[in-house]
Design a protein around this ligand. Structure first.
Ligand code: HEC
Length: 114
């Protein structure tokens, strides 16, 4: 291919790009953009600071507060899925997961093999 052929190819590509630019400029002139004065959306009724404060206050309540309304039967039901891997009998053997009897207060990673 001689250089004249390349000139034709580059000329074609350039003409295409100029056409796209022309369409873009024309459409910009046809559809004016209206940016809001204040960027972002107002969410009706949302107050940021008090919501964050309430969440923090909730997290600060001691465990006893939650234990007061706790239900042992519900806990047993929830633990059924854990029992697939964990044994909770005193002196129970390890399964897929370590035996959890007496796990509260036990040093971290104390179960042999885990
Ligand atoms: C698919 C099996 C599996 C299920 C289901 C499972 N665990 Fe585990 N769990 C493990 C394994 C394995 C380990 C040990 C991880 C390690 O060695 O790092 C572990 C570790 C633990 C430990 C840390 C024990 C220690 O000695 O430090 C606790 C606590 C625990 N699981 C609680 C739970 C609870 C609560 C559930 C149910 C909500 C549950 N697990 C469900 C497999 C499971």
């Amino acid at each position: 291919m001689d250089s004249f052929e390349w000139n034709k190819i580059f000329g074609g590509v350039l003409a295409g790009l100029v056409a796209v630019l022309g369409v873009s400029i024309t459409s910009d002139m046809m559809f004016a953009r209206h940016l809001p004065e204040k960027p972002g959306y107002e969410v009706a009724g949302a107050e940021e600071a008090p919501a964050a404060g309430a969440a923090a206050a909730e997290a600060e309540k001691p465990a006893a507060f939650y234990l007061a309304s706790a239900d042992v039967a519900k806990g047993e039901a929830v633990f059924k899925k854990c029992a697939a891997c964990h044994n909770v009998d005193p002196g129970g053997a390890n399964g897929t997961g370590p035996a959890l009897h007496g796990v509260v207060g036990r040093p971290i990673a104390a179960a042999a093999g885990f």
